[in-house]
Ligand binder design. Structure first.
Ligand code: COS
Length: 382
C-alpha cells in the first residue's frame, strides 16, 4: 500500500534539519542575501551535523540517506534559505558521478575526506557556449602518455571558488558529440586550474558561483571515471538522481512563501477586516497550497521511484519542473498578497521570488525537463 507518512528516521531527520534551518540559517538569510555573503561558518555547522554529504554511503563516512530522506532535509533547509541550501547540497551533485561511476579504489580515495572534514566539491559540466546542449561541450581532454591534458572553461559552477575538487566533463573528440564526453576528477590544486570571481546573482546570493578555467591541467589516467566516452551518460545518470532534491528545494521555497502570505493575510486589514477574509485572497492561498502540496508529492514520488531501484528519469524531471514552476508562481502570489510591502526588501517574500527563479534554470532548464518528459512519455507510446 502507498504510505505518505514519514518513518521515525525520516521524521527525526526532518526535525534536525528544521531546527538547524530555523536557528542557524534563517537568522542570517536576509543579511547574506543583501551582502552576497558566503556564510562558510554555517556550511561548516551543516557538515558537522551530517547535513552535507547526504548521498555518500556510511562506509565512506557519509550520511548514506535514501533520496526520500535527502528530499525531506533539503525542503527544510530551503525553507530557511535556498541559496545556502544550494551550497550545502552541491557536494551531493559533485560527488554523485564518483558514486555512480567511480571504481572502488577511486571511491575510497576521493570520498572519505569530504565526510571526515569540511571540504567542498563542484560539478563542472556547463560551458559558456551553452549549457542545455551538454553533448556539445568544448573542454578538451587530450591523451598525453599516462595522463590527459584538460583545456577549456566551465561556467555557472556552484561553490567553485571554495571547492577543493571538481568533477569535470570534457571531450576526447568534439566531432563525436556526446560519444566523446569523458568524466574526470580534478583537484583544485592541480596546476592550471583557475576558478573565476564570484558572479553577481539575482538570487541564491549566499551561494557562490563562478567560472573555472582548465589550462593544460594534467589529470592522471587513474582519475578518469569510467571509460572514454562514458561521461555523457554518467552526467545524465547523475542528474537523474539530483534533480529530485531540486524539486524538494523548490517545495521549501513555495512552503515558505505560502506561510508568509497566510500569516500576513490574517493580520493585514482592509475594508474593515483581515484580507484573509476576502475571497480574492482565499482563492490565492488555496491555489498556492495546492501547488505546494502537489510539488511535494511529485518530489516524494520521484524519490520513492529511485529509492525503489527505478531509473527515475521521467519522475525526477517532472518533480523538478513542476516544483520549480510552482515555487515561482507561489512566491509571485505571496508578493501580490503583501501588495506594495511584498515588493520591498524589508519583507521576506521578494527574496523567495528571486530564489525560485533559479530553480527553473539550474540542473537543466525547465525547457530541457519538458524535452526529457516528452521523450520518456512518447517512448511508451511508440
Ligand atoms: N541516463 C543514461 N543515459 C542517458 C540518459 C539518462 N538519463 N539520457 C540520455 N542518455 C544517453 C542516451 O541513451 C544516448 O546514449 P547512446 O549514445 O548510447 O544512444 C546518449 O545519452 C545521448 O542521449 P540523447 O540523444 O538524448 O542526447 P541529447 O544530445 O539529445 O541531449 C539532453 C539530451 C537535452 C536531455 C541533455 O543534453 C541534457 O540533459 N541537457 C541539460 C544539461 C543540464 O542539466 N545541465 C545543467 C548542469 S548542472 S547545473
Amino acid at each position: 500500500m502507498v504510505d505518505f507518512s514519514l518513518t521515525p528516521e525520516a521524521s527525526s531527520l526532518r526535525d534536525l534539519a528544521r531546527k538547524f534551518a530555523r536557528s542557524e540559517m534563517a537568522p542570517h538569510a536576509a543579511e547574506c542575501d543583501r551582502a552576497a555573503r558566503f556564510p562558510e561558518e554555517i556550511y561548516r555547522k551543516a557538515h558537522a551535523l551530517g547535513l552535507m554529504n547526504l548521498n555518500v554511503p556510511a562506509e565512506f563516512g557519509g550520511s548514506g540517506l535514501s533520496l526520500f530522506e535527502q528530499c525531506v532535509i533539503v525542503e527544510e533547509l530551503a525553507y530557511a534559505c535556498a541559496g545556502m541550501t544550494t551550497s550545502i547540497i552541491a557536494n551531493c551533485l559533485a560527488l554523485e558521478p564518483i558514486l555512480l561511476g567511480g571504481s572502488p579504489e577511486q571511491q575510497q580515495r576521493f570520498l572519505p575526506s569530504f565526510c571526515a572534514d569540511y571540504h567542498l566539491a563542484s560539478f563542472a559540466l556547463t560551458e559558456p557556449s551553452g549549457g542545455s546542449d551538454a553533448g556539445a561541450l568544448k573542454t578538451r581532454a587530450r591523451k598525453d602518455g599516462d595522463a590527459y591534458l584538460l583545456d577549456g572553461e566551465k561556467c555557472f559552477i556552484t561553490n567553485a571558488p571554495h571547492a577543493s575538487l571538481y568533477t569535470v566533463f570534457a571531450t576526447v573528440d568534439p566531432a563525436t558529440r556526446h560519444r566523446g564526453v569523458t568524466a574526470f576528477v580534478v583537484p583544485r590544486n592541480a596546476e592550471g586550474v583557475v576558478p573565476g570571481k564570484d558572479e553577481e546573482k539575482m538570487g541564491h546570493r549566499a551561494s557562490s558561483t563562478s567560472t573555472v578555467r582548465f589550462d593544460k591541467v594534467r589529470v592522471p589516467l587513474s582519475d578518469r571515471l569510467l571509460a572514454e566516452g562514458d561521461g555523457f551518460s554518467l552526467a545524465m545518470r547523475t542528474l537523474d538522481q539530483t534533480r529530485t532534491p531540486i524539486g524538494a528545494l523548490a517545495t521549501g521555497i513555495g512552503q515558505a512563501a505560502l506561510d508568509h502570505a497566510a500569516r500576513y493575510a490574517l493580520r493585514r486589514e482592509t475594508f474593515g477586516k483581515p484580507i484573509a477574509e476576502h475571497q480574492a485572497i482565499q482563492i490565492k492561498l488555496a491555489n498556492m497550497a495546492q501547488a505546494v502540496h502537489a510539488a511535494r508529492l511529485l518530489t516524494w514520488h520521484a524519490a520513492w521511484t529511485i529509492d525503489g531501484g527505478g531509473k527515475g528519469t521521467l519522475e525526477s524531471s517532472i518533480a523538478k519542473c513542476f516544483a520549480s514552476d510552482a515555487a515561482l508562481h507561489v512566491a509571485d502570489e505571496a508578493i501580490q498578497t503583501f501588495g506594495g510591502y511584498g515588493y520591498m526588501k524589508e519583507y521576506p517574500v521578494e527574496k523567495l521570488l528571486r530564489d525560485a527563479k533559479l530553480t527553473q534554470i539550474y540542473e537543466g532548464a525547465n525547457e530541457i525537463q519538458r524535452t526529457v518528459i516528452a521523450r520518456e512519455l512518447l517512448r511508451a507510446y511508440a
